[in-house]
Design a protein. Structure first.
Length: 372
């Protein structure tokens, strides 16, 4: 999968400043840990253990904090290049708000062992629902393991997922584990690559609506759903039908529809536009007595980062996203500060070629996170 970032418009800087003003910095620090969680699953031959790659970011104060579990999307073209670091920025945002945040790769993704159980073999309602519940199985096991940690309050757990991770979170809400008190779905659903590789398509929309409707039958925890009107994966008409079906059978979702962003609303969930929708998450948490503190714990996202020469504040944000993305990747920049980056290419040579395509006057300044 290729991810490109060009320029951040000035309004983003203003939004970020507004977000900081609304959330003053409070004393404290964060600690980051890499884990391989020994997760247990049930298979045809009985139970088995696989290790799941995880990244934990949490307040460094030796106290128990509520847990938020962050779930990635589905990238069938680059399964092995998925990394929990892709959700590091969101983990930091929750940790700064007082949560223990864990981002992890589900079975068969990246360095996580096992085989993914989320492949769609036929586009029926039953198959779509199976996929949602399969992803939820991984989340449930991570919650069980993290509940044993001395710094986790297991009575207050939040699940947050993007795209396929959002769909898995909806599946989790239909059969919630102990401690799950709320969930956030960021553009959740099940979309497939077009054979041409030029976009995404939802096969059999009626079946996906039916799956959402059935999951709503038993989902009773409060949820927040956020979608953009120009999301390349799910069109607004379909999204409204998914919401109507889910809530119509008992689901407890609150729906937020954001305006068009950056050519593709799916980019809304990256670092650059996080302040656009994070205030909706804050309001949702406060409404359900899950606001943990007034203000954000101090955190320096620049610590230890070596930026390319002459980089400006706008492209710094893109460079940080690039560093967190999966290999193989490349970042290109021009003297005029045009920039573009790609990740999850077949190899570094392809990544370099793709990063330079359409980037006027650009040269490569970083490959797989290192100077070329």
């Amino acid at each position: 999968m290729t991810l490109s970032v060009w320029r951040l418009v000035p309004v983003v800087v203003l939004l970020l400043l507004a977000s900081c003003a609304a959330n003053p910095v409070v004393p404290g620090s964060l600690v980051t840990e890499q884990l391989m969680l020994p997760a247990t699953f049930e298979g045809q031959q009985g139970s088995y253990v696989v290790h799941l790659d995880a990244l934990v970011i949490r307040p460094d104060d030796n106290r128990r904090h509520p847990l938020v579990v962050l779930n990635h999307g589905l990238d069938g073209h680059a399964l092995q290049q998925t990394s929990p670091r892709e959700m590091r920025t969101l983990a930091v945002e929750f940790a700064r708000r007082g949560w223990v945040a864990i981002a992890f790769s589900r079975r068969g993704y990246g360095k996580s062992e096992g085989r993914s159980a989320e492949g769609v073999h036929q586009y029926t309602a039953a198959e779509y629902e199976r996929v949602a519940r399969s992803g939820a199985t991984d989340i449930r096991e991570v919650i069980r393991l993290m509940a044993e940690q001395p710094y986790v309050d297991p009575t207050r757990v939040l699940s947050v997922g993007v795209l396929a991770g959002g769909f898995a979170t909806i599946g989790l809400s239909a059969d919630p584990p102990p401690g799950l008190v709320a969930a956030v779905n960021l553009a959740g659903g099940q979309a497939s690559y077009l054979p041409s590789g030029t976009g995404f398509v939802v096969h059999n929309e009626e079946a996906l609506i039916e799956a959402f409707t059935h999951l709503g039958h038993t989902s009773r925890i409060p949820m927040l759903w956020i979608y953009s009107v120009n999301d390349s994966h799910f069109n607004p008409t379909l999204v409204h039908q998914l919401f109507k079906g889910f809530n119509g059978t008992g689901g407890q979702a609150q729906f937020v529809e954001d305006t068009a962003w950056n050519g593709d609303g799916h980019s809304l969930f990256g670092r650059a536009f996080m302040s656009v929708w994070m205030h909706d998450v804050d309001a949702f948490l406060a409404a359900h007595d899950l606001k943990l503190q007034d203000g954000l714990i101090a955190f320096d996202d620049d610590a230890g980062v070596t930026y390319p020469p002459h980089i400006n504040p706008k492209s710094k944000s893109g460079f940080l996203d690039y560093l967190d993305a999966g290999d193989h990747k490349a970042f290109a920049m021009s003297p005029a500060l045009n920039w573009k980056w790609v990740s999850k290419s077949p190899n570094t040579e392809v990544a370099i070629k793709q990063a330079l395509e359409g980037c006027d006057g650009c040269s490569i300044v970083s490959v797989d996170g290192r100077a070329p």
